[in-house]
Design a protein around this ligand. Structure first.
Ligand SMILES: Cc1cc2nc3c(=O)[nH]c(=O)nc-3n(C[C@H](O)[C@H](O)[C@H](O)COP(=O)(O)OP(=O)(O)OC[C@H]3O[C@@H](n4cnc5c(N)ncnc54)[C@H](O)[C@@H]3O)c2cc1C
Length: 606
């Protein structure tokens, strides 16, 4: 793997070239740069998105990508959903039906049981600032004009088989890349030029969206509000800086006007006032007056998924280049960020020569299935939201129930927490029965443990940063029993031998160049003196040992995490992938299973 070039070095031979600096491209560039990969990112636009576009981060995205502090500071929290429906006693008016938590906390067990709204440009800026700290900038006003994959060298790990010709505003250059990621949006140039078809269909629904600062008597303008009236549907989403976003369904002549072509061939876009006027009819008897407008748009909904996500596992596509759907469920930016989040660590492992290239196949396997599930979900949701509400059966509760219950039932999926990767080389479900509360293929569930040597409570997810390392969580059970300590001694010897299998220095603490971290979580509190009785491999640093014991919090169950995860007193081993998803589980005595797991995708040491 080459070192990342700095500004003064040539950038015409790179490990990874990313095309497109939207959320997907920036997530990929940030993650790869952080891992020390030689990455370059080009972008057609001269500046980042300034206003509008995507506006929401779901709980799983907030858990996963490690830049949450700023999102929380700049964004707006979304905790309550309010549903409004036609008032049967006052024709033409709406009334509140119900207020519920935005994400049902008991059902989905998220670390964050709320969403955050913040416009896409602000989220892009967070990535850009973090990239800047690593001396990586987006090459703007630059587009690819030709791409070629050299079939003769695709299987050579050291080759740069992809050649791309780029044009910036002044000149043409040739870039040789080991891998190319097309994160260039719904009309992806990369996708078209490597001939990946998309199975896409458009829907009859036309929607308008407007961002504004309102003056209103509508009571739920600072909550997510789903409104169905005799005049149509709309959605209100509270935003940062006193703003709200209104999505409004456009019908009949309005919809046709909104999308028809003007005499000169350009689309006629109805302005924000016009969209707001349609919303006003839906919101009646409540009133809304704009203090200022920030952005507006009109769109029809198309839904589709690319037939493949890669060509020869050398050119990949990600984000909207792979999937398009309605923005109603607030998924596009999240899905896009999570695509490159899934791909980046796999590229790092292959580029470092640690994994064979079959690992890259799991990107399409995992993320395409997710996209298919997303489109199925989106089709149901878009139909329910867009269907007319005028007739009796819609007003008397039947439709209302379907709409509200769909939103409620889908929280596990729409929060991202429900993403469940199917069995593959990196998802081995053989020992699922060992821990009822941990699902292999889903993200590690949340929980808090206490660091043994300083009694500091730590969230499990904070032990699993996205640093490209696999984590082996040794749930070591009750190590105050000598029999259990004996089992742990034997385990430590086997963990030591894993070093020769991986060919890596696997236990040196927190180096980002190591492939694995081992963390020990005991089911009982040990006296401090006993820390030293644990085998060295299970306590490579003072910060690597935790207890599931909360005596600072009276009334709390003493072995909360073990209970919630369904782990018995004998303990287990849990392999967590670099992206936080559970890859495998084994008993303490069955380290062979863990070795088998790694050997299915690791490069054998030379
Ligand atoms: C009104 C609206 C509301 C939305 N609301 C939400 C929401 O609430 N939550 C959510 O998650 N998603 C939402 N989305 C969807 C979200 O905006 C997209 O899904 C997301 O931006 C996709 O990210 P991406 O990086 O894949 O693509 P994009 O954001 O489209 O980025 C692609 C980038 O590639 C660049 N590019 C294109 N072609 C080339 C080329 N040839 N060469 C170089 N660069 C190129 C583009 O300029 C762009 O910067 C919304 C979208 C819209 C329009």
């Amino acid at each position: 793997m080459s070192l990342r070039p700095n500004a003064s070095e040539t950038r015409n031979t790179v490990d990874v070239l990313i095309v497109g600096a939207g959320p997907a491209g920036l997530m990929g560039a940030y993650a790869l740069a952080k891992a020390g990969v030689c990455v370059r990112i080009i972008e057609k636009r001269a500046t980042r998105v300034a206003v509008g576009h995507a506006d929401g981060l779901q709980p799983r995205t907030m858990e996963s990508y490690g830049l949450l502090d700023r999102v929380m500071k700049e964004g707006n929290q979304l905790r309550t959903a309010a549903f409004y429906n036609p008032n049967p006693n006052k024709p033409g008016e709406i009334q509140l039906s119900e207020r519920v938590p935005f994400f049902k906390p008991n059902m989905l067990d998220p670390r964050y049981d709320f969403g955050v709204t913040l416009h896409q440009g602000a989220i892009e800026q967070i990535f850009l600032d973090n990239m800047q700290d690593m001396d990586l900038q987006v090459d703007r006003s630059t587009i690819p004009i030709a791409i070629e994959v050299n079939e003769n060298s695709v299987s050579d790990p050291d080759a740069h088989p992809v050649t791309i010709k780029n044009v910036d505003s002044s000149e043409t250059e040739v870039v040789h890349a080991k891998y190319v990621v097309g994160a260039d949006g719904a009309h992806s140039w990369i996708r078209r030029n490597v001939q990946i078809p998309v199975d896409e269909s458009s829907t009859p629904y036309v929607w308008g969206v407007v961002d504004l600062v309102p003056e209103t008597d509508f009571p739920d303008f600072r909550n997510w509000a789903g409104i169905r009236s005799d005049s149509g549907s709309c959605m209100i989403i509270p935003r940062e800086r006193d703003m709200i976003r209104i999505y409004v369904q456009l019908e009949g002549q309005n919809a046709i006007d909104a999308t028809k072509e003007a005499a000169d061939g350009s689309k006629v876009k109805m302005g924000p006032e016009w969209i707001l006027d349609v919303a006003r009819k839906t919101l009646y008897p409540f009133t809304i007056v704009p203090k200022s407008f920030e952005w507006s748009s009109i769109y029809t909904i198309a839904q589709g998924v690319a037939s493949r996500y890669s060509v020869r596992d050398r050119v990949f596509i990600a984000g909207d280049a792979c999937h398009t759907h309605s923005p109603k469920a607030g998924q596009g930016m999240n899905a896009s960020i999570n695509d490159t989040y899934n791909l980046a660590w796999k590229l790092v492992w292959v580029l470092r020569g640690w994994s064979n290239r079959t690992l890259l196949k799991t990107y399409e396997f995992e993320r395409r299935q997710y996209a298919l599930d997303l489109i199925a979900f989106d089709k149901k949701l878009a139909k329910l939201i867009s269907e007319k509400t005028h007739n009796e059966s819609n007003v008397n509760g039947a439709m209302r129930t379907a709409y509200m219950s769909m939103i409620q039932k889908s929280t596990e999926f729409s929060s991202g927490i429900g993403v469940h990767y199917l069995p593959s080389d990196i998802v081995d479900i053989k020992n699922q029965g060992l821990a009822s509360g941990i699902v292999i293929g889903k993200r590690m569930p949340p929980g808090t443990v206490v660091r043994l040597l300083d009694f500091c409570p730590i969230h499990i997810h904070d032990l699993l940063p996205s640093d490209t390392r696999f984590k082996i969580l040794v749930f070591a059970g009750n190590a105050s029993s000598s029999a259990q300590r004996m089992r742990l001694q034997q385990l430590a010897v086997k963990i030591g031998n894993l070093r020769s299998l991986l060919g890596l220095d696997i236990l040196p603490g927190n180096s980002s160049q190591s492939g694995l971290d081992v963390l020990t979580i005991l089911s009982t509190k040990l006296e401090l003196a006993l820390f030293k009785e644990l085998p060295l491999k299970l306590r490579s640093h003072w910060s690597k040992v935790y207890v599931d014991y909360i005596d600072t919090n009276p009334g709390t169950d003493h072995i909360q995490v073990y209970q919630n995860y369904g782990i018995g007193v004998d303990g287990i081993l849990v392999v967590v992938r670099p992206d936080g998803y559970v890859g495998a589980i084994a008993t303490i005595d069955d380290f062979e299973h863990i070795k088998h797991y790694f050997s299915s995708f690791l490069e054998t040491p030379k």
